[in-house]
Design a protein around this ligand. Structure first.
Ligand code: KG4
Ligand code: ZN
Length: 364
């Protein structure tokens, strides 16, 4: 049996997990900072790293105790070293290095995006007793990573073997959800709030733009965000507009207006969500066909979105898999899983491991 401790502090979740043989979650502890950052409408980096310092040790100890093991039972420690907020990553990486040195354990640095993909290897924790776990994904496959910081379409030819096909040229999909939620007065984090609001809306009520960027697998979501802003603006009174001299309103103004309940929030949320999902599905379908893959894996926080999961499943000619929602958003179990496969391949990081805020997936 191989037991890996995963540590994840790249953004606003302080997380540690113990995973057995790459697939079975023995424990998965997350101290979320959402309440702390909500007042700022997004992650406040300096506060995030300070909060990680306060919670990382208790979170790791809880992960070990829930797994029923001690440091002596571990085979290795896997830690996210990028991409992410440098000050946040530093906390996880330094704690991981200290444990590795103090307990004489192998250390394995993990790319956060790789972690998101590997969430698909984990056995869902809510699997009914007696039910066979799903088989592990097989290569070659196509993965769509959609998170708060990234939107990447990548061919995966084997463990750690990536061929990036395209990425966002401006906002990430999750970032667009968060910004639009703010415009609609829906708060932070925006993704789940938009999904909830959209349930009561008509996705055809507003004609939102789709940036097809034909001929490439790149994405663009910033025009969509501006379209929502302009749609919101048309609901503002002529007097308000005159005061601003016709320019775009500040987000705080719009949020105040949205709160005044004269904005069709549900229709705007549904129309925005439909536009994002349509582009993600169409580009993923095209890549799946062009490269003849037999499996598509969704990954990252936006992969928790029910409409995206449904449309992707219905719209693609090959099986589509996605982790349970709680394993899509940031947590340490997938980091341990990615670490397990690198551990098996004999990979080790040394104690010079440093953080890398703009780390990319390694291309083959
Ligand atoms: O992967 P993640 O937890 O953190 C990053 O690595 O960025 O992704 C967070 C992003 C946020 O932008 C959040 O709004 C979005 O995922 N998200 C969702 C949903 N749940 C989280 N977006 C759409 N629908 C959801 N249900
Ligand atoms: Zn993430």
């Amino acid at each position: 049996m191989t037991l890996i401790l995963g540590i994840e502090t790249s953004c606003d979740e302080t997380a540690a997990a113990v995973v057995e043989d790459g697939r079975r979650i023995r424990s998965n502890v997350i101290a979320t900072q959402i309440d702390l950052h909500r007042q700022y409408g997004g992650v406040f980096p300096e506060m995030a790293s300070r909060q990680h310092i306060l919670t990382i040790t208790p979170v790791i100890e809880e992960a070990l105790s829930k797994a029923g093991i001690s440091y002596a039972d571990l085979n290795a420690i896997a830690v996210t070293y990028g991409p992410g907020l440098a000050g946040s990553l530093l906390v996880g990486v330094n704690v991981a290095k200290a444990i590795a040195w103090g307990r004489d354990l192998p250390l394995i640095g993990i790319n956060h995006l790789e972690g998101h993909i590997y969430a698909n290897w984990l056995i869902p924790p809510n699997l009914p007793a007696g039910q066979e776990p799903p088989p592990a994904p097989t290569f070659p496959l196509l993965s769509l990573i959609v998170s708060g910081g990234h939107t990447e379409l990548v061919l995966v030819n084997g463990h750690g073997r990536y061929r990036p096909l395209g990425r966002t040229i401006d906002d990430a999909a999750g970032e667009a959800f968060d910004k639009v939620a703010r415009l609609l007065g829906l708060g932070y984090p925006g993704g789940p709030a938009i999904e909830r609001a959209a349930r009561n809306g008509n996705p055809q009520s507003f004609d939102m733009p789709r940036a097809w960027l034909t001929g490439s697998y790149d994405f663009s979501f910033s025009g969509l965000k501006t379209a929502v802003l302009r749609a919101v603006d048309t609901f503002q009174s002529g007097q308000d507009r005159a005061k601003r001299g016709g320019g775009l309103p500040r987000p705080s103004e719009v949020a105040a207006r949205a709160a005044a309940a004269d904005l069709p929030v549900a229709d705007l949320a549904a129309s925005f969500q439909a536009a994002v999902v349509e582009v993600l599905v169409a580009k993923t379908r095209q890549a799946a066909q062009q490269f003849g893959v037999k499996l598509v894996l969704l990954a990252g926080g936006v992969a928790a979105n029910g409409v995206l999961r449904r449309e992707m499943t219905e719209g693609l000619p090959v099986p589509v898999r996605f982790p349970p929602p709680a394993l899509c958003t940031d947590n340490a179990a997938p980091i341990a899983t990615a670490g397990y496969f690198r551990y098996l391949a004999g990979e080790r990081s040394d104690l010079n491991l440093d953080v890398f805020a703009s780390l990319k997936l390694p291309a083959e």
